[in-house]
Write a protein that binds this ligand. Structure first.
Ligand code: NDP
Ligand code: GDR
Length: 367
């Protein structure tokens, strides 16, 4: 049996699924914390379940919740992890304005619960801890590349909660000498990205519009700029942080920023429908250059109470110390996401797809 055992909170999410595959391929025993839900929430882990029977590796999921410190303590005591990756979070910025207290409970106090569970079990010298911190901490008030030394200015309940997570991780490192590191990760996407984040919302809509299942894609702020990378590259960076002799905090980013508008244009380009824009502000529309049909429209319901307009990271420290660099380029990411959703749509019964589309309708303001 491997002596490297990882516990991943948030294993059912985008990053959790990539990280689980990454660690299993390196011989880790992997345990994951999974929330109870009334319907199956392990779709992203299906391939691992399938491979487990053939691969002979050790992979287990355990029910629990970041709001339940008893479970967290018991789980750590029972699984004796050598590395803990705290990826669990209410991770949607717009939704955090609707659920600020819950977001703080999971993202801020949840991180404390996990760290304190390690300490109360006297395992602080045996565990390496990774905290999923975020570029949202910066708040987008500067157009300079953001690094580990840039001051924070969180602009959402999510970012404020993550600010607590960041500092409590630093505090446990300084107070108890724990090997605890923050990865300050800029946006990273993939075909496994949650459907209500803008990139996946776009790739799904483009695939559905191509098949005639949707007529128009409604978006909020088209000018928002993000430093978008691929989740596969970023989970490797998380792991590199826990492999260092000394714990520290690192920015992972590509060093390139693109607007939501650019993402949309490239995504429609993938299906051979280039766009032309007309109108201004909330009246702006993206028309199909060939047919003249409106394919993209602005809906102010998707504007946020406080927007983060611009995020661009400076990953120099990660490159110098960890030897980490992103490998997957922006264009490749967009093409992969659109093509994955086209393929997904091909194997999804139309009725089911329409159901999924409708199911999101009442949540539109939060997508
Ligand atoms: P996802 O939203 O895809 O995944 C979040 C995970 O947390 C899911 O497994 C979810 O479970 C779980 N979770 C949510 N609430 C609870 C709870 N109360 N108890 C236990 N588990 C819970 O996020 P990503 O994979 O994209 O991100 C991973 C982490 O990295 C998050 O902390 C996020 O805030 C942070 N981050 C992400 C970035 C990105 O661009 N992706 C950038 C910077 C930071 P369920 O599946 O049941 O919903
Ligand atoms: P973000 O991701 O808030 O950066 O947080 P999201 O994809 O939700 O938004 C990116 C930008 O796009 C603008 N936008 C829209 N966003 C959504 N979701 N839906 C829309 O219709 C839409 N139209 C425009 C947003 O206003 C925003 O400016 C993600 C999450 O993964 C966090 O957990 C993580 O910490 C950060 O990335 C880094």
């Amino acid at each position: 049996m491997s002596n490297r055992t990882a516990l991943i909170t948030g294993i059912t999410g985008q990053d959790g699924s990539y990280l689980a595959s990454f660690l299993l391929a390196r011989g880790y025993v992997v345990h994951g914390l999974k929330r109870r839900s009334s319907s199956i929430n392990t779709d992203r882990l299906d391939h691992i379940y399938r491979d487990r029977h053939e691969g002979g590796f050790e992979f287990s999921l355990h029910y629990g919740d970041m709001t339940d410190s008893m479970v967290l303590t018991r789980l750590i005591a029972e699984t004796r992890p050598t590395e803990i990756y705290n990826l669990a979070a209410m991770s949607h910025v717009a939704v955090s304005f609707e659920m600020p207290e819950y977001t703080a409970n999971v993202d801020a106090t949840g991180t404390l619960r996990l760290l304190e569970a390690v300490r109360s079990l006297k395992m602080q010298d045996d565990v390496r801890f990774y905290q999923a911190s975020t570029s949202e901490l910066y708040g987008g008030i500067s157009s300079e590349p953001l690094s580990e030394t840039t001051p924070f200015h969180p602009r959402s309940p999510y970012a404020v909660a993550k600010m607590y997570g960041y500092w409590i991780t630093v505090n446990y490192r300084e107070a108890y000498n724990m090997h605890a590191s923050n990865g300050i990760l800029f946006n990273h996407e993939s075909p496994e990205r949650g459907e209500t984040f803008v990139t996946r919302k776009i790739s799904r809509a483009v695939a559905a519009i191509e098949r005639g299942l949707q007529s128009c894609l409604y978006l909020g702020n088209l000018e928002a700029r993000r430093d978008w990378g691929h989740a596969r590259d970023y989970v490797e960076g998380m792991w590199l942080m826990t492999q260092q002799d000394k714990p520290d905090d690192y920015v992972l980013a590509t060093g390139e920023a693109h607007s939501v508008r650019e993402f949309v244009e490239l995504a429609f380009h993938c299906i051979g429908r280039p766009l032309v824009w007309r109108g201004e502000g909330v009246n702006e529309r993206g028309y199909c250059r060939r047919t003249g049909k409106v394919l993209v429209a602005v809906d102010p319901a998707y504007y946020r109470p406080a927007e983060v307009d611009f995020l661009l990271g400076d990953p120099t420290k990660a490159k110098t110390v960890l030897g980490w660099e992103h490998k997957i380029a922006f264009e490749e990411l967009v093409f992969e996401m659109v093509n994955a959703d086209r393929a997904l749509l091909d194997r999804t019964p139309v009725k089911q797809w329409e159901g999924q589309h409708d199911a999101q309708a009442p949540l539109r303001a939060a997508q």
